[in-house]
Design a protein around this ligand. Structure first.
Ligand SMILES: Nc1nc2c(ncn2[C@@H]2O[C@H](COP(=O)(O)OP(=O)(O)OP(=O)(O)O)[C@@H](O)[C@H]2O)c(=O)[nH]1
Ligand SMILES: [Zn+2]
Length: 333
């Protein structure tokens, strides 16, 4: 399932050039939600002809589930409202500009937690590399061996395309970082593809939910010819226009630490059930950082996330705004 709009689901069936099929949920699905990336079973009219409507009767077991909550704090109603963003993704591409707007490591850290929690591999995609160098960001993540790509307006996208080939990648990023520009470069007919969806959605032109776009087949290395259909890479990117960030109320404090692999080893000497917070005098993380084993900014970022999950509004960063909310922000933390 590649797109949803007002109860109408767009599904790809079979061959690359086959028309997409529009479907609705069958009653037997009950309350189970169908999300972009889901592999579904269809019955009814799957011809893809104009006006044809199939029914989704089954959702296949998901290989990965990328979730978010509107808030970090599980004690609030919004915090308990957990949403599955995308199913079956292989990779989370965190799109961050190097300038204009400046990179927000708090946001990237939050995405990393969501990625590790979902068992989806992260990829840092640093845009506007023509405006600023990546050194500061890369230095912050030096301990993580985080894969990254640099994007400039005039740069070839070969390195990124190679990392996207054969996989399902979800793109997230704040407004203005150049995500749409990048999607349009990767999938030149993206506007048309989304237009198809909006036609199904009875005239809406911008979708705020996730949309999967098939990456054009890569030209054959020798000769520039297209490979035969059997060899065509099944790469997909999923754009998430409505997802500004990941509330993390659904992630346990332990899992939160997995978003900070550079800190994990620093907790081996912690007392049992250590909350790892700044007010815990025996937390091993302070000594770990003091000994130069990890960057103090990383510990500060981890503790900021811990605090925001605990409902500590003073500590809460500004990364959990919902779609449609004001997207202007103050300076990065
Ligand atoms: N200098 C520079 N500008 C860029 C680059 N990529 C995008 N831009 C510009 O940055 C601005 C924002 O780009 P968009 O692609 O609209 O950003 P977005 O992340 O999709 O933002 P929303 O559409 O609000 O979600 C535009 O004016 C682009 O022309 C880049 O690599 N370098
Ligand atoms: Zn601790």
């Amino acid at each position: 399932m590649i797109a949803v709009d007002r109860g109408r689901y767009t599904c790809v069936v079979g061959a690359l050039d086959a028309p997409t099929v529009t479907a609705m949920r069958a009653r037997e699905l009950g309350r189970k939600s169908v999300v972009v990336g889901d592999r579904v079973s269809l019955v009814g009219d799957t011809s893809g002809a104009a006006g044809a409507l199939a029914r989704i009767v089954r959702i296949a077991e998901r290989r990965s589930v990328l979730r978010r909550t509107a808030e970090d704090d599980a004690t609030t109603a919004e915090g308990r409202l957990e949403r599955v963003v995308v199913a079956n993704a292989d990779q989370l591409v965190i799109v961050s500009a190097l300038a204009d707007p400046p990179p927000r490591t708090g946001f990237i850290d939050r995405c990393l937690v969501a990625a590790y929690d979902a068992d989806v591999e992260p990829l840092l995609c640093l845009t506007k590399a023509d405006l600023a160098g990546p050194e500061a960001v890369l230095d912050y993540y030096a301990e993580l061996e985080l894969p990254y790509v640099l994007i400039r307006p005039d740069s070839e996208l070969d390195a990124l395309r190679a990392l996207l080939a054969d996989r399902v990648s979800v793109l997230v990023g704040h407004s203005g970082v150049g995500k749409s520009t990048l999607v349009n470069r990767l999938v030149p007919d993206a506007a048309r593809a989304v237009g198809t969806v909006s036609a199904i959605g009875r005239g809406r032109h911008t979708s705020t939910s996730a949309v999967a776009l098939r990456l054009p087949a890569e030209p054959d290395r020798d000769g520039g010819r297209r490979r035969s259909r059997a060899d065509v890479a099944e790469g997909w990117i999923i754009d998430t226009p409505g997802v500004r960030s990941f509330g993390l109320a659904h992630v346990s404090a332990d899992s939160l630490l997995h978003g900070f692999p550079d800190l994990v080893e620093g907790t081996v000497d912690c007392p049992a059930n250590c909350p790892h917070t700044a007010d815990e005098p025996d937390c091993g993380l302070d000594a770990w950082v003091a000994a130069g084993k990890a960057d103090p900014r990383r510990l500060a970022s981890y503790r900021r996330l811990l605090a925001s999950r605990a409902g500590d509004t003073d500590q809460r960063d500004t990364d959990q705004r919902g779609p449609g909310e004001d997207d202007r922000r103050g300076p990065d933390e």
